[in-house]
Design a protein around this ligand. Structure first.
Ligand SMILES: C[S@@+](CC[C@H](N)C(=O)[O-])C[C@H]1O[C@@H](n2cnc3c(N)ncnc32)[C@H](O)[C@@H]1O
Length: 248
């Protein structure tokens, strides 16, 4: 790994899942620059998976679309949206000012085409039918429990204009413990192949256990349908990572 890549630190180990305030505190302390890598090697097929999120939106987009990026962090996904969709305007929402503070650098080529909102996306509300597309990468997995995912999907649907698309790339659980273990073993293999040492892999997994509470793809699709989306789909899956989408 290059020494020039800022180090990912992650949360302090605990014997329980982190609360929302602890997740926020961790991202407020994290080296935000560590998240601005073009292609982080610890996630499989990162660039092509994010490209699929954007392609999914293009199933239904007007000219000059307004797009919401949930848990936008330093702007990794927003940069790709702005680069790929001409005349798009992106609203980045994230509850960590530290992470958002990196966005002006990451989005330097797109001045005047984005704004940032520092809020908790599980609590903040927006007027109905505001956006032509909603995206998210590696953020929604902070929902704690099925009911919280479901409430978020209902709000996402309400913020979309009719016919528009929500697309997400994130970690997912398996539908049973065996498949979850198999998926996680696949991620471990990916990390080994990327030449992470055992201690770093153990650190990444320890962070994952206390911070992320993913649900399975079938559960996501059910909750999206229950929230009232007309069409739901899975566009890609590898190990415990997936891209899924829903059209209002
Ligand atoms: C792993 S980072 C991913 C950032 C970015 N989407 C990317 O792919 O690089 C997760 C981001 O979600 C944000 N986040 C987590 N829970 C949040 C919440 N409830 N409301 C707003 N932002 C949240 C964190 O602050 C962090 O910036």
């Amino acid at each position: 790994m290059s020494d020039s890549i800022p180090k990912y630190v992650g949360p302090k180990p605990t014997d329980r899942v982190l609360t929302r305030d602890e997740v926020k505190a961790r991202f407020d302390q994290e080296t935000a620059a560590a998240y601005s890598q073009q292609d982080p090697i610890y996630l499989p097929d990162y660039a092509s998976a994010l490209a699929l999120v954007i392609e999914a939106l293009c199933a239904a987009l007007p000219d000059e679309p307004t797009i919401l990026d949930l848990g936008a962090g330093t702007g990794n996904l927003a940069r790709r949206v702005l680069g790929a969709i001409p005349n798009s305007y992106v609203t980045l929402i994230d509850f960590s000012l530290n992470m958002l503070s990196e966005a002006p650098d990451v989005l330097a080529d797109f001045k005047g085409r984005y704004n940032t909102i520092c809020e908790d996306f599980f609590a903040f509300d927006m007027p109905p039918a505001t956006f032509d597309g909603i995206v998210s990468s590696f953020a929604i997995h902070h929902a704690r429990g099925r009911a919280e995912y479901g409430r978020l999907y209902q709000r996402i649907r309400s913020w979309l204009k009719p016919g528009m698309v929500f697309a997400c790339c994130d970690v997912v659980a398996g539908s049973n413990q065996q498949w979850t273990a198999m998926n996680e073993a696949g991620w471990q293999q990916h990390l080994r192949a990327a030449e992470f040492d055992d201690a770093t892999i153990a650190h990444i997994f320890a962070n994952y256990r206390v911070e992320d509470t993913p649900i399975s793809l079938p559960e996501h699709l059910t909750l999206l349908r229950e929230a009232g989306f007309a069409h739901v789909d899975v566009l890609w899956k590898k190990h415990n990572f997936a891209v899924y989408c829903a059209q209002k």
